[in-house]
Ligand binder design. Structure first.
Ligand code: PLP
Length: 397
């Protein structure tokens, strides 16, 4: 076999992409073990049947050929309308490219912003695919730690120092945040804006959790004064409409950038299936109440975790203000997130994601996805908390 490119073999150096425990849990589940899985950000309910009916109707009506590469016009317009309403900055269809999910939007946005060898800032803890996505376009990921004592809100001075040191071209932000649940406040957003201006950065703002906010509110970064011209917003229907498998998302930004990204899409994805786009349009037109209904169980389960935390000392939390996860600090057990996760899976058949999968700043933490029906979720929490208390007692003995 000829050699593979360094670009592809170097995506996840060391061979560990952070998903090891997840793959192990899936394999054991497939072999028949009753594993309770709190790993990936996948709803416990499927896509609403009314959306699926529309998908089938659209397919039968003939939307099965090549669809318009930038996205069908009414869907681009509907996404633009949603972004205009949320950000207060007028977006038109020409500011939106429909993509096969947010992940491909992140990849395309970094392609637009970064050349070969350019530094790309990201905030640690980060969504596990971020470093590989950046490496995938030939850029160099430069993590900037957000601190637990700041509620995982990044500090402007840390970002400025990293931008100056690395000569970065872009900064990737994610609010509401996976894995920490942080929702960036005004001061954080203003600080990011100042750094972006001072260091002439593209800001790639991953807002796929914009419908899942429990405390405060989500402010789209493109709506921060002066930022629209340097912001590429990535969004998706995966989380807001339980449409993870439909692979439907978008990038929004200045028209001239979107034109280049349409060109990139022509040479990579060649667009998104028409019947999926029609279903996405139908989903968006159902309005905010439908999005709230999809989000509600995560708020409820977040509260289940917080209620249990009051009664023990083995696990600590910074209460998440948004997104479908809770990050728990397991350091009182004397274990790393990885060791805690491996032990929990072995002894209790509960699978979580180790904090270390999301960057060095999340070491000693675990990420719990709020993604099982309430009764099973309660059972998984009982096992998780029981395990943590036993480990803490062992550590103290
Ligand atoms: N960004 C973040 C922060 C995520 O957590 C995810 C998925 O979990 C994605 C992007 C990708 O979502 P999509 O399904 O739209 O590709």
């Amino acid at each position: 076999m000829p050699d593979l490119s360094q670009r592809i073999t170097g995506l996840t150096p060391g061979g560990d992409d952070g998903w090891g425990l997840f793959y192990e849990a899936r394999a054991r589940k497939a072999a028949g073990e009753p594993i309770l899985e709190l790993t990936i950000g996948e709803h416990d309910v499927g896509t609403d049947p009314a959306i699926l009916d529309e998908m089938a109707r659209a397919a039968r009506a003939g939307h099965t050929g090549y669809a318009s590469v930038p996205g069908i016009a009414p869907l681009r317009a509907a996404v633009a309308e949603r972004l205009s309403a949320a950000s207060g900055v007028a977006h038109g269809a020409e500011n939106v490219l429909i993509t096969p999910g947010g992940q491909s939007g992140l990849f395309a946005a970094h392609h637009a912003a970064c050349g070969e060898g350019d530094a790309a800032l990201l905030i640690d803890p980060y969504y596990a695919t971020y470093p590989g996505t950046i490496r995938g376009v030939g850029a160099v990921p430069v993590p900037v730690a957000a601190r637990p004592e700041d509620g995982f809100q990044p500090r402007a001075e840390d970002l400025a120092a990293a931008a100056a040191r690395s000569g970065a071209r872009s900064l990737l932000i994610n609010s509401p945040n996976n894995p920490t649940g942080a929702v960036y406040g005004e001061a954080t957003l203003e600080g990011i804006a100042q750094v972006a201006k001072a260091h002439d950065l593209w800001v790639i703002s991953d807002e796929v959790y914009d419908s899942q906010v429990w405390d405060g509110w989500h402010r789209p970064f493109a709506g921060v004064e002066g930022m629209f011209a340097r912001t590429l917003t990535v969004g998706s229907l995966s989380k807001s409409h339980a449409m993870t498998g439909s692979r439907l998302g978008w990038i929004a930004g200045p028209e001239a950038v979107i034109a280049h990204l349409v060109n990139l899409a022509t040479h990579t994805t060649y667009g998104v299936p028409g019947y999926i786009q029609e279903a996405g349009l139908f989903a968006l037109r159902r309005g905010a109440a439908a999005e709230r209904a999809v989000a509600e169980p995560f708020r409820r389960r977040r509260d289940m975790v917080l209620a249990r935390l009051e009664r023990q000392q083995a696990l600590r939390v910074i209460p998440p203000a948004g997104a479908m996860y809770v990050m728990l600090d397991v350091r009182a057990t004397g274990m790393s997130g990885q060791a805690f996760g491996a032990g929990l899976l072995a002894e209790e058949r509960v699978a979580i994601m180790p904090g270390e999968s999301f960057g060095a700043a999340a070491a000693g933490h675990i990420r719990v996805a709020l993604t099982l029906p309430d009764d099973q979720f309660g059972e998984a929490l009982d096992r998780l908390f029981g395990y943590a208390v036993r480990q803490m007692e062992k550590a103290r003995a």
